[in-house]
Design a protein around this ligand. Structure first.
Ligand code: IVH
Length: 683
């Protein structure tokens, strides 16, 4: 099987090499390509008898075409090994540490997503520009490169008489978008991405055409022996002084460090910030700074050991939108959902993405059948960020947003100033009812462990529970063997389940425990629109019983911090509905906390008044939320990120290394859980 896999992988890699390097039409992500390459490398090491000089693992790929003169590189143009995780970076660093001792400084730079170029200068004049080609032989594109405005034709300052410099040629995004707009206006097909467009442009035979396109170059690698600085970062600065555009420290495009935490911080910073750059980068390049070490470390078949590339995962892909469906949320908010042709994005297969609201669909004029761009940002659910103009449009008509709830058919409403449509049938629309139950049992609300969405749905659909108070009135004793069907989300298959005695005991225990949950969380659990965790806390502090909240006037509500018109109206509406008052009465009878426990916790002396504390990691005496509540009950303010305003960091086990580093850098004291326990007991 594995032997067959070797042949299978070689065929796959050959095909995709060709698509990538010759056709300029890649159809798989770099990540996928690299994982095939790694798998093949591992298998070839395991089966040495299957060695083949023509294996894709033995070549770097070629972009040679027959149009330009071939030039042999004086020094081969290598490529870089790729890394995708902190672990791989740490491995790379430790391999270097092991082979050359001492404290080693590393340089981190952006990995420009363009076309590699090698420039030769003699007596300060650009004499030759050569593409990478297959690494050994490239193509002479000097005529075209001369048109690139930020490449100096004549150097300035104290440059060496004869040297080579390498860098990347790319097309800034704005120029790319403009070119595509023009092409679409002319009825031409749009270009796929800036990198392929830059590569295609550089290989135009007519350099006047090249001159019309605003290509840019960023140089990152100076080669030569005479008159050169001894570190990479100093050479970059030398190149700047000769007139080249190079990465700059003040724009955070380059950094020097020997700490992995700093490397990861730089990588994570650019993974987020890259969207704000005017050009594409696809990762971060890490290099050993001291050039004397480069020879010592040497190279593998095709890449140096003194450098590696951390590759960002592809974040945006294009796929077809089959159908737009609508989801009804817990609060009745309608979310349009794009059902997509499955596509690989940032390591997962995506089949559905959020379209947010009617405005979003209108803004991008998204229609069923279109090909769309899907993006995965910080949030878990991918989103659609536009129509992929390279494909013919889907439906001939703009998408018609629904007017009625897809579940209960009630006419939808849209409140002033809000983008979302709502189904106003709060109390009799099943997803809203089940959603309310789900919210009620959730960890941050009543924390009813074991009460999962499947059980709740079954109870609701069987008419056993229609609101949260019903949970406390269920005849659990008689429910052993209660049968229900569960649908598998992926396959759609239905499976039968039944409640066992043990499960019932757990459900009962969870209900019992929930009677200790403090009032502020009960208030949150009720699922009153716009009353989130923070608002519930503020309300519970200002009005320490449910009856006081109910009786508060709009003015009194508005006087509370963080409570505005919208929330006040929502509270008034909630308490004006009799059914809600009945639920509250039943929950009171069941024994839930309907009075402020917040009072009790604030009995603590305010020893942390005016102090800002960052809580991180895992604790033994407290849950994470528990220790935050404790800090707050002593007058402290809990903040999510370390800054110069932080008084101290309260660190549990497994606190992230970058946070620890940041605390160190800013000189912020770090307190352990044990220190904290002593602090609060002393006072
Ligand atoms: S250093 C020995 N630095 O990435 C390799 N390369 O996959 C020297 N690239 O061929 C290259 N940004 O085309 C280096 N800051 C940077 C880079 C960079 C982009 C490209 C370059 C290289 C490829 C490797």
């Amino acid at each position: 099987m594995s032997r067959e896999r070797v042949l299978e992988l070689r065929a796959l890699l050959h095909e995709h090499n060709h698509r990538y390097y010759v056709l300029n039409q890649p159809t798989v992500s770099d990540f996928e390509f690299d994982s095939w390459m790694h798998e093949l490398e591992a298998l070839e090491a395991f089966y040495p008898d299957m060695a083949d000089a023509n294996s894709p693992t033995h070549r770097v790929g070629s972009d040679l075409s027959s149009k330009f003169e071939k030039v042999e590189h004086q020094r081969v143009m290598l490529s870089l090994t790729n890394s995708y995780s902190e672990e791989e970076i740490a491995d790379w660093v430790s391999r270097i540490d092991e082979s050359v001792g001492g404290v080693i400084e590393y340089v981190l730079e952006l990995k420009y997503d363009g076309v590699a170029i090698s420039l030769h200068y003699e007596q300060g004049k650009l004499v030759r520009a050569v593409t990478r080609g297959d690494g050994k032989v490239g193509e002479d594109v000097t005529q075209n490169v001369r048109t690139i405005k930020n490449i100096p034709l004549q150097l300035q300052g104290d440059y060496p008489p004869d040297f080579e410099i390498r860098g990347e040629i790319f097309l800034p995004r704005e120029a790319f978008d403009r070119m595509n707009e023009e092409r679409l206006e002319k009825g031409l097909e749009a270009y796929a991405n800036p990198r392929n467009t830059a590569s295609g442009t550089l290989k135009q035979l007519d350099s006047r055409e090249v001159a019309k396109r605003p290509l840019k170059a960023m140089m990152y690698f100076v080669l030569g022996e005479n008159g050169m600085a001894e570190t990479h970062s100093a050479r970059v600065e030398q190149a700047r002084s000769w007139g080249f555009e190079v990465p700059s420290f003040d724009k955070r495009m380059i950094a020097c460090t020997h700490e992995i935490a700093d490397m990861m911080a730089f990588i994570q910073y650019w993974d987020k910030a890259r969207k704000d750059l005017s050009f594409d980068i696809d990762g971060i390049v890490l290099k050993v700074n001291k050039i004397a070490l480069w020879d010592e470390l040497g190279m593998t078949a095709k890449s140096p050991r003194w450098a590696t590339a951390y590759k960002f995962k592809a974040e945006k892909v294009s796929t077809q939108l089959y159908q737009i469906t609508y989801q009804v949320g817990r609060t009745g908010a309608i979310t349009p959902v794009a059902n997509l042709a499955p596509v690989l994005l940032a390591g997962t297969i995506v089949k559905r993405a959020s379209l947010h609201n009617a405005d979003q669909i209108l803004k991008f004029d998204i229609r069923e059948g279109d090909h769309v761009w899907v993006e995965k940002g910080g949030e878990i659910i991918p989103k659609i960020v536009g129509v992929d103009q390279r494909f013919p449009r889907g439906s001939a008509e703009p998408h018609q947003y629904i007017g009625n709830c897809p579940i209960c058919k009630t006419e939808l409403i849209r409140l002033e100033g809000e983008a979302q449509h709502y189904c106003p049938n709060r109390d009799h629309c099943s997803p809203q009812q089940i959603g309310k139950l789900e919210h009620f049992v959730s960890r941050k609300a009543m924390n009813l462990e074991g009460w999962g969405v499947e059980t709740l749905t079954a109870l609701y659909q069987n008419g056993l529970v229609s609101n949260v108070a019903d949970l406390y009135e269920l005849p659990l004793n008689e429910m052993v063997g209660f049968e229900y069907w569960v649908e598998d989300e992926v396959t759609g298959e239905k499976r039968r389940r039944s409640l066992q005695q043990k499960t019932i005991d757990n459900l009962r225990l969870a209900l019992e425990n929930s009677k200790q949950v403090p009032f502020e969380r009960v208030l949150f659990a009720l699922g009153i629109r716009h009353v989130g965790e923070t608002v519930a806390k503020r309300l519970a502090k200002a009005f320490p019983s449910i009856d006081l909240v109910r009786m508060a006037t709009s003015e009194e509500l508005l006087a509370v911090e963080d409570i505005g018109q919208k929330i006040a109206e929502s509270l008034k509406l909630y308490f004006s509905i009799d059914e809600n008052l009945v639920i509250i009465e039943k929950l009171k009878v069941a024994g839930l906390q309907m009075e402020g426990v917040a009072q009790a916790t604030s009995n603590h002396a305010p020893i942390l008044q005016g102090k800002t504390i960052v809580v991180s990691g895992v604790f033994t005496e407290f849950t994470r939320d528990g220790i935050k509540a404790d800090v707050e009950s002593r007058g402290g303010k809990v903040s999510g990120s370390i800054s110069s305003k932080t008084t101290f960091v309260l660190a549990g086990a497994d606190m992230g290394p970058s946070k620890l580093q940041k605390a160190k850098d800013l000189n912020i004291p770090v307190m352990t859980e044990a220190d904290y326990l002593i602090l609060i007991s002393e006072k």
